[in-house]
Write a protein that binds this ligand. Structure first.
Ligand SMILES: [Zn+2]
Length: 483
């Protein structure tokens, strides 16, 4: 990945910043110089170290201006003992009554002659400088946290969205970074929807980024969610990758019933590895809502599941599992541990456990099952260990090791009563455990590498019964006296 170039904006920066803050969207002449720096071959680092201090200086300047203008507008021109007309501010020390000799306004009570004069122009300017101060803070976050070049950081999100159809792919990446950090406001989602059709019809890597951006918009905008569902069968040109499904798990909770049905039908029609594991999230949500017709639709697909074109196996595990769960029956696959249900070990030497996954389906349905294909990262990544301590706190999962993945795999149908056995090294799945008693379960997914994932709540996993893990201090056996 190309490093993001930094550069010293120099003394013109304040000028650019003021212009941008006031005009919302700097003109082409201001953009030119900065873009040249961004386009340097290989992303040469030009970093003089003064960009961030300058942004801070501008921020503090605007904050100070705001405070000054507020003081001028609200408190500076107090009565200080002088009676003044509250309408035209004529000095009424000599006036015989409460009626102003200058403008004829009747103050009615003497107290009104001692009001503080508010200056509307100063208050309005203070609102403007307060906005500039806020905008400087936004620019600082964009530069420091999101690593945007200053020339981009100065531009409002709405401006970047409005110019999206003509933008370079990097602009979509930058917008995605901003949307992840700040979310998208309603008008920003509308601008994205306006820009979407030209992007989706063009070639290049942008459509996928646009769909990710749309997915973020869909968190708050129903129109964006509907558009996302409408795009479900959109594929990246030249691939059979369906980016909508990659982001869909986050949105099933807000999808309408008819959208869930449409999504499941599409997920079943599309080639599975490229529609991701979204069917799981859709199926979990359908089982949760359990509306009339949902079970019939899932039963239909369980009888006609997607087929792996190479191995001629049926990808029906998630469908059959969902049906059993809707009926309150056990999952079709269950993980068994060979050996005692309470395992003793030391913190320096966590055990290797022998596991067996068995087709125990009550309706003796064979299910498609994958072996291998997940071990190149150093562990079998479709397995996961969830370990909880005595306070029921989840122990941290060991993150993905290295960048390798995949491996040789084969697919087949796991017939009723048949099983698949393997060994799992506990130390490869959880971070080192302090001495204590733990309860653990072994989880399995047939396609997702759940060992490497942070959140597996959107997935349908097979599980073992809980077992006990008793961890003793390292070296407890050899050095009992010194402990
Ligand atoms: Zn007056």
């Amino acid at each position: 990945m190309m490093p993001i170039p930094h550069y010293d904006a120099g003394p013109t920066m304040i000028h650019t910043m003021m212009a941008s803050a006031f005009a919302l969207g700097s003109g082409p002449s201001l953009r030119g110089a900065a873009d040249c720096l961004c386009d340097l071959p290989g992303g040469i680092m030009i970093f003089m170290g003064s960009t961030v201090p300058i942004i801070w200086a501008v921020l503090v300047l605007f904050a100070a201006l705001t405070a000054l203008l507020l003081y001028l507008g609200l408190f500076q021109d107090r009565s200080r003992g002088r009676p003044r007309c509250p309408k035209c501010w004529y000095n009424m020390t000599e006036a015989p009554s409460l009626v102003c000799p200058e403008c004829g306004h009747d103050a009615r009570t003497p107290r009104r002659l001692h009001r503080t004069r508010r200056r509307r122009w100063a208050i309005m300017l203070a609102v403007l400088t307060a906005f500039c101060c806020y905008y400087s803070w936004l620019v600082r976050v964009r530069v420091v946290e999101l690593e945007e070049p200053v020339s981009v950081a100065l531009r409002p999100t709405s401006y970047l969205l409005a110019t999206l159809p003509k933008a370079r792919p990097v602009q979509l990446m930058q917008l995605r970074g901003r949307a992840n950090r700040f979310g998208l406001r309603p008008w920003e989602s509308e601008l994205l929807l306006l820009a979407l059709d030209p992007i989706m019809s063009a070639k290049g890597p942008s459509p996928e980024q646009a769909i990710w951006l749309l997915s973020i918009a869909a968190e708050t905008s129903n129109r964006a969610l509907n558009k996302l569902v409408d795009l479900r069968e959109f594929t990246i040109p030249g691939t059979n990758y369906y980016p909508v499904f990659a982001s869909m798990a986050a949105h099933v909770g807000r999808s309408r019933d008819d959208q869930l049905i449409a999504l499941l039908d599409s997920a079943m029609k599309l080639s599975r590895p490229h529609s991701h594991d979204a069917p799981d999230a859709i199926l979990i949500e359908m089982a949760r809502r359990n509306r009339p017709g949902f079970k019939e639709q899932i039963t239909h697909w369980a009888a006609h599941p997607p087929e792996d074109p190479t191995f001629k196996t049926k990808e029906n595990l998630a469908l059959v599992t969902t049906l059993r769960r809707m009926d309150g029956k056990p999952d079709p696959l269950h993980v068994f541990l060979d050996g005692p249900q309470a395992m003793e070990c030391t913190s320096g030497n966590l055990p290797t456990i022998n596991v067996r996954i068995v087709n125990v389906d009550v309706e003796t349905q064979a299910v498609g099952f994958q072996t291998g294909g997940d071990y190149r990262s150093g562990r079998q990544a479709r397995w996961r260990l969830e370990v909880r301590d005595e306070q029921d706190r989840l122990m941290p999962v060991k993150p993905r090791m290295g960048f390798g993945g995949g491996g040789i795999s084969s697919f087949g149908m796991l017939q009723p009563g048949k099983s698949y056995e393997t060994k799992l090294e506990v130390a490869k799945y959880v971070e080192p455990l302090a001495p204590g008693r733990y309860r653990a379960v072994v989880l399995y997914h047939n396609s997702a590498t759940i060992a490497d994932m942070e959140d597996i709540s959107g997935l349908i996993v097979s599980s073992s019964d809980p077992f006990e893990l008793i961890v003793k201090p390292a070296g407890a056996e050899s050095l009992p006296a010194s402990q």
